[in-house]
Design a protein around this ligand. Sequence first.
Ligand SMILES: [Zn+2]
Length: 256
Amino acid sequence: MNSNEPGQPVPEATAITSRNLPTPRIALAIGAHPDDVEFGCGATLAKWAAAGCVVHHLVCTDGSKGTWDPHADTPALAARRQVEQREAARRLAGARAGEVVFLGYVDGELGSDLEARGRVALAIRRLRPDVVLGHDPWKRYRLHPDHRHAGLLTCDGIVAARDPHFFPDQGIAHHRPEHLLLFEADAPDHLEEVDGWIDHKLAALEAHESQFESTMKAIDESQLDSFRARIRGRLTGLGVDHGVGAAEVFKLISDL
Ligand SMILES: [Zn+2]
């Protein structure tokens, strides 16, 4: 996540117009950094995996700036974060954990140019998800450029993947997902009930041990308990607002 633990905005109760997509056969979650997917949609992915969905991850950057230590060995950090991301994916989805794809762009330097768009489109064409999840690139006042660009790559990658005339040299069939769910959404309108899945989200988040200090502000057990309480409070708070036990909320875009 890189230094700012994301919050889920609490939407107006009337803003939510749909709930609980049918469990997809295949989901692809796209994040800027290792851990973004777990923050954004971890409980939803755990719920779907338990119902048979194969959950793939795509991480755009190497996470090499995810530390406050000015003397950190950043190549070693990037390698460690790949290990942590694979473990997080396993904790979320268990036997239904699919691929974890790392695009490997330098943390903080992600763009949304044609080359990167082509790589995201290729992953969508190859993995063939029914549902794609990613950052909302239109979230107002979002500071971190990687989150904006990862969101744009998610949207633009879907457009490119669905049309056979985009990147024809990829030599792979085009693919049109059914739904796009944007997390950290500026104007959420869709809710996934995740009562019973918060522990899976927390377990996956806690696989990212290198981020305990900088993102989760949890360098001892007491602070880790506070982090768990914050995450649990956000999801149950959203649930209370909408008459369920716990929720993650998204902007839903269908008819892709
Ligand atoms: Zn991030």
